[in-house]
Design a protein around this ligand. Structure first.
Ligand code: ZN
Length: 414
């Protein structure tokens, strides 16, 4: 399976994957999924929102155990974020068949469309639409960097954009959803070792020095995006005395440092990863600096605390620099607590696997509002994700398949 997937959408220069929704690379991934279903004799369907399903057993029977993830990628993404969950799902079904297991509940593998939002700027479009968390009109109107709407892109790829929308009947078939995913972080790699002991596992080799290969997710941290507008005054970099400047770049710089400091103090994460400058001349003091803050924390009060502290620091610096500061919240996703009973069952079936939170959003988080959902993570030795350097050891991937097969067997066959 990896050999077939490896060449799809891979950029020859960076070695990273560019599998964006409703592009040729996406179509190739989808054709791959349909072929995997076909050659296993599974019932295949593509739903109204562009998600793909492969069924073992009768979907109409209800109470299905569904597993899978996504095949699309961020710009220059790694090989595992998404595909590991889909490949492992098919491999786990193969493993169940090899064990001679007899499922009493229908099983399905799913590929959720447009999870990363790399092209249209909104993540988890396929699962949000299905769960009724995204209005069809709003989805159809999303635009990519070339101004192409999602509706037009769907049409070009042969999918009817008028068909998209909530799909309660499909959701009603699902008794539980379990998403396996590569960990985006090093909690599993460092599990059982004191933090910062410097004994983390190396980059290569199937056997890591420490840690554990598979874990279960407890929760997805609440997260959001805030736009900071710093309004100053454009002027000549060579003739304006320091005392006469209203330089928004200074206020922006102090705010970046404040975000780092507040995150450190509160155990949260706060990142300025995108900035625009107007007019953007080397020899001009800027008139406007716009920076986007991404912040995540273990709970919502902690998130509110860190963001308001950063806002306060920005306002104070702005006063000192003669710069106006305006903050706009652009998005917010509340905390997702995965269902405790299912999560605890999984940990037990996996012989007491560690239960860990994550800062990254997933389809399982979207679905958790509608059906019992859970996640399993496979060890990431470097913690790197959303990068061509993302990796997982083959032994750990195989441990993930065995663990997923154990879970499916425990849930559907006993
Ligand atoms: Zn993912």
């Amino acid at each position: 399976m990896w050999r077939d997937l490896a060449r799809i959408g891979r950029h020859p220069g960076t070695g990273g994957y560019r599998r964006y929704a409703w592009t040729a690379a996406d179509a190739d991934c989808r054709a791959w999924f349909a072929e995997q279903a076909r050659h296993r004799g599974l019932g295949y369907e593509a739903d109204r929102n562009g998600n793909q399903w492969a069924w073992l057993g009768d979907p109409a029977a209800g109470d299905a155990v569904v597993t899978g993830s996504h095949l699309d990628s961020v710009p220059d993404g790694g090989a595992f974020d998404g595909p590991l969950g889909v490949v492992s799902a098919f491999a786990a079904l193969d493993e169940l068949r090899a064990r001679g297991a007899r499922p009493r509940r229908p099983l399905a593998v799913v590929n959720f469309g447009d999870e990363e939002g790399a092209r249209f700027g909104l993540s988890c479009v396929g699962s949000r639409l299905t769960a009724g968390q995204l209005a069809p009109d709003a989805a159809r109107g999303l635009r990519d960097a070339d101004g192409v709407t999602l509706a037009r892109a769907m049409e070009r790829a042969g999918h009817d954009p008028e068909a998209i929308g909530p799909d309660p009947e499909r959701l009603a078939r699902i008794g539980a959803f379990v998403e396996l995913h590569i960990e985006q972080g090093r909690n599993l790699a460092l599990h059982g070792t004191p933090r910062g002991s410097g004994s983390g596992p190396g980059r290569s080799g199937g056997r890591a020095a420490a840690g554990t290969p598979v874990g279960v997710a407890s929760a997805i941290w609440p997260h959001g995006r805030w736009r900071f507008d710093f309004h100053g005054e454009a002027n000549h970099a060579g003739t304006t005395a320091l005392a006469d400047r209203r330089d928004p770049m200074l206020t922006y710089a102090s705010t970046v440092l404040a975000a780092r400091e507040q995150a450190r103090l509160t155990g949260a994460l706060a990142t300025f990863g995108k900035v625009t400058v107007e007019p953007g001349g080397v020899n001009a003091i800027a008139s406007l600096v716009r920076g986007w803050l991404d912040s995540r924390a273990p709970d919502e009060p902690a998130l509110a605390t860190v963001v308001s502290a950063v806002e306060r620091a920005a306002a104070e610096s702005g006063e000192r620099d003669g710069v106006g500061v305006r903050v706009t919240r652009e998005s917010f996703t509340p905390v997702v607590e995965f269902e405790h009973a299912l999560r605890d069952d999984l940990a037990k079936m996996l012989g007491g696997a560690p239960v860990l939170p994550t800062g990254a959003g997933h389809d399982a988080g979207i679905l958790s509002g509608a059906v019992p959902a859970a996640m399993m993570f496979v060890r990431n030795p470097t913690g790197v994700s959303h990068s061509p350097a993302e990796q997982a050891a083959e032994d750990d991937c195989l441990a993930g398949v065995t663990a997923l097969a154990d879970v499916l067997e425990g849930m559907a066959c006993h």
